[in-house]
Design a protein around this ligand. Structure first.
Ligand code: SF4
Ligand code: SF4
Length: 81
């Protein structure tokens, strides 16, 4: 399953809970301050994201949105008449 996240860098307070909680090591800390003076988290290695949403569940600022790519729908087996 492939996933994708977006982190609102202005909501982020740099607590790193999302980084600790991500089982795939997707998230890292940015090198630049946001407007609140925190180093915000960002998706450094998005291709590893599974869309499990653990990061978003852990975020106290509700700064992370998660999308999960749906697998293609299975074709129904053709029944003979
Ligand atoms: S959705 Fe899961 S795999 Fe993707 S960044 Fe968040 S914790 Fe990591
Ligand atoms: S858990 Fe939320 S507030 Fe904490 S570093 Fe991650 S995105 Fe920022």
């Amino acid at each position: 399953m492939k996933g994708k996240i977006a982190i609102d860098r202005e909501l982020c307070k740099g607590c790193t809970y999302c980084i600790i909680s991500c089982p795939k090591g997707v998230i890292a800390v940015e090198g630049n301050f946001n407007s609140k003076g925190f180093f915000p988290a960002f998706p450094k290695d998005m291709k590893r994201c599974t869309g499990c949403a653990l990061c978003a569940e852990m975020c106290p600022e509700i700064a992370i949105a998660v999308w999960r790519e749906q697998p293609p729908a299975k074709k129904k087996a053709q029944k003979g008449g």
